[in-house]
Each structure stands twice: as C-alpha cells, then as structure tokens.
Design a binder for this molecule. Structure first.
Ligand SMILES: Nc1nc2c(ncn2[C@@H]2O[C@H](COP(=O)(O)OP(=O)(O)OP(=O)(O)O)[C@@H](O)[C@H]2O)c(=O)[nH]1
Ligand SMILES: [Mg+2]
Length: 131
C-alpha cells in the first residue's frame, strides 16, 4: 500500500520540522525549503510519500502543481505567528477551491503548541476562517 501526502502552509510554519520528526530525523538545523523535497517513509507494509513544499510567498503559486494524485493534505499552521493567521487562512481557502482537491482529506496541524504564546489549537479553525 502507498499513500501520497502533501504538506502545505506558510513559510516558517514547521512543515519540514514535522516531517523530519515523523521520520525520526534530527531537527536541530532546519533551513527554509527551496522549491520542494520529496520524502519517503516505510511503515510495515505501508509506504508514505510526502511532498514538503516551500511556503514562501513567491513560491505559493506553484503549490497547485502538486495537487494531482494526492491522498491527503496536511496544512501546517504556526500558532505563535498570530499576525499571519489570517494570511494562513486566506491561503487555505484558496487551496480548498481547487477542484483536484475536492475529495482529498485535510488535516489542519496547529503547530508550535509547545510555546506559551501559541494560539490554542481549538481556536485555530475559527481564526483561520475569520476574514
Ligand atoms: N517552538 C516550536 N518551533 C517550531 C516547531 N516546529 C517548527 N519550529 C521552528 O519553526 C521554524 C520553521 O520551521 P520549518 O520546518 O523550516 O518550517 P517550514 O514550514 O518548512 O518553512 P518553509 O520551508 O520556509 O516553508 C524553525 O526554526 C523550527 O525550529 C514547533 O512545534 N515548536
Ligand atoms: Mg520547509
């Protein structure tokens, strides 16, 4: 069995860190992703293929190039960066308008909950939707 997952979210949200954590890699020296990184993880007889895409504003128009044949979408939100929560919401809304993603399950990952300044995870959906 094989599943293709796409990680999206604003720059600095923590996509690369999350994926490296999942694959048990060192997370001490993570740099902003340039373009995209393809990551493969084998779990028992299950293969997970992750597309880790840059969240930099200039590269966001390219997100849609990865929407084909995706089994799930993980949208990572930096809960400490309250200033950009509306921007994160706007980008998410644009993604959800894509026909190719119509039937694709979405996980919104309320990241950086270890920080005392983080917006609590249960408040994230409402804040993302406020425009
Ligand atoms: N406190 C805290 N910091 C985190 C967490 N996850 C990521 N970070 C930090 O957030 C910064 C950005 O992490 P990245 O994983 O590079 O973010 P990204 O979403 O891949 O960013 P781009 O590749 O530029 O799109 C780094 O300094 C990480 O150490 C978290 O759960 N808690
Ligand atoms: Mg990255």
């Amino acid at each position: 069995m094989e599943a293709r997952l796409l990680a999206l979210g604003l720059d600095n949200a923590g996509k690369t860190t999350l994926l490296k954590c999942l694959s048990g890699e060192d997370i001490t020296n993570i740099v902003p992703t340039q373009g995209f990184v393809l990551k493969s993880m084998l779990r028992a007889d299950f293969k997970l293929i992750f597309w880790d895409i840059s969240g930099q504003r200039a590269l966001r128009p390219y997100w849609r190039n990865y929407f084909l044949r995706i089994d799930a979408l993980i949208y990572v939100v930096d809960c400490v960066d309250r200033r950009r929560i509306i921007e994160a919401g706007e980008e998410l809304m644009q993604i959800l308008e894509e026909e190719k993603l119509e039937k694709v399950p979405l996980l919104v990952f309320a990241n950086k909950q270890d920080s005392v300044f983080a917006l609590p995870a249960n408040e994230v959906p409402t804040r993302l939707l406020q425009q």
